[in-house]
Design a protein. Sequence first.
Length: 65
Amino acid sequence: MLPVTGEIITEIEAVEILFELQAKLVAGGGVCGAEGAVWLSITGEKEKKAKKILDEIATEKPFAL
């Protein structure tokens, strides 16, 4: 295994960086393919724009080779 260096950015930090919004974890976990999923509460001036983009990401088909 090769070491990989870089800065770790969580989903919460990503929302704050990309959309300049405040994000808080509401729930996490999941079953039936949603393992590792998170529910975030976002607040700020750009909520609608962020929701549109995040909804597109959330409904994206799973990656497969």
